[in-house]
Design a protein around this ligand. Structure first.
Ligand SMILES: *Cc1c(COP(=O)(O)O)cnc(C)c1O
Length: 357
């Protein structure tokens, strides 16, 4: 674990390889934050993130906590016992939405997918959308690698006038995304995935209409994760409590970097890595699942040696791929394409994979 001795390489989903410019920001003394200077940074971050998200008329809460804290704040602050919601549950992140609804007593139904099952129109036709206030989906179910069809889900939510709540934590910047174009009411983001920052902050971006109809009128069920408190404070570029000041400064640096490059270029780079790696895999005769994939990761199916390969890469070569839990512990590895990785990194990884197989 000593970074000074071993040169780590992370093909993980998060934290991912950070950029040298971000690491430099992370190494500096933190400023005090109840100042006009810090407020200005918060407000500029909001403007830049809204542009990248395709959100014209909306607001963003910056929470101190991992991505699950943002998922929790959305469930706790937007819905109550009168609001039935529909959840796409295609893996452990979908399941997390169901657990949150249980904790906060929000009535829900789920469309449950088995491991290699693609979400299709038939699944949606099998439910009566009229009874739901909102659809909750992890647009890229990171535990399996399936990317759901955003246009299909967008059309479904429009047909039934449901709010469209999207956890885009591992898809934002990797796959096409646009809140206004797809009619997305609320987006959940986190610092440690494609943004390639330290873990510790998460963001909830909301259309103003969604905030005013669903969040603002409700009494708080949580203090620390209150979206209302965060949005009220954000009017002056502040947070209710001490934020993760350092990660907010990392975010400032990274958003400027993405804007300078252009979001299309950033996205294309991630896609190029995914395509390059998948092309090399086909030469190794490694099997991929049949469902549509995000550019963020490539899930690979193995014959009972996934854990062994994970350990070998980690212990002998200090290379980290993403292992899986539960039933797929020995069958599935996920190879990340987010963060500061180069195509040549995949040459090295593939020659090691070839040795293993
Ligand atoms: C990583 C991730 C989260 C958040 O997980 P945390 O460990 O709480 O940061 C939520 N949803 C998806 C789809 C993710 O990939």
């Amino acid at each position: 674990m000593d970074k000074g001795v071993v040169n780590l390489k992370l093909f993980t989903v998060g934290p991912v390889e950070m950029y040298p410019e971000t690491l430099k920001v992370a190494s500096e003394q933190l400023p005090y934050f109840r100042t006009d200077d810090f407020s200005k940074i918060m407000l500029e971050n909001q403007i830049r993130l809204k542009r990248l998200l395709g959100l014209q008329d909306g607001c963003i809460a910056t929470l101190t906590g991992s991505g699950s804290s943002a998922m929790e704040s959305v469930i706790a602050c937007s819905f109550d016992t009168e609001d039935r919601v529909l959840i796409i549950n295609g893996g452990s992140f979908g399941e997390r939405f169901t657990k949150l609804c249980q904790v906060y007593h929000i009535p829900y139904d789920e469309i449950t997918l088995s491991f290699n099952e693609t979400l299709t129109e038939e699944h949606l036709l099998s439910v009566n959308g009229n009874q739901y206030r909102a659809l909750l989906v992890n647009i890229h179910e990171t535990s399996t690698g399936q990317l759901y069809d955003i246009e299909m889900l967008s059309a479904f939510t429009k047909k039934y006038h449901m709010y469209f709540i999207v956890d885009a934590i591992s898809s934002f910047l990797a796959d096409p995304y646009h809140m206004d174009a797809y009619g997305i009411d609320c987006t959940i983001l986190s610092s440690q995935k494609a943004l390639a920052l330290s873990p510790g902050i998460s963001m909830v971006a909301m259309q103003t209409s969604f905030y005013e109809e669903m969040v603002e009128p409700k009494a708080d069920k949580t203090m620390y994760l209150s979206l209302k408190e965060h949005i009220k404070n954000m009017e002056r570029g502040q947070t209710p409590n001490t934020p993760a000041v350092g990660i907010i400064l990392e975010l400032q640096q990274r958003l400027m970097m993405i804007e300078n490059q252009g979001i299309a270029v950033v996205q294309k780079e991630i896609q190029d890595r995914a395509f390059y790696f998948r092309e090399k895999l086909s030469q190794l005769h490694i099997q991929l699942p049949s469902f549509p994939l995000s550019n963020a990761i490539t899930p690979i199916l193995l014959n009972d040696n996934a854990e062994k390969i994970y350990r070998y890469l980690k212990e002998i070569h200090a290379i980290y791929v993403t292992p899986s839990g539960g039933t797929y512990k020995n069958r599935l590895l996920r190879i990340g394409h987010l963060g500061n990785l180069k195509l040549s990194d995949y040459d090295e990884l593939c020659s090691l994979l070839k040795e293993c197989i």
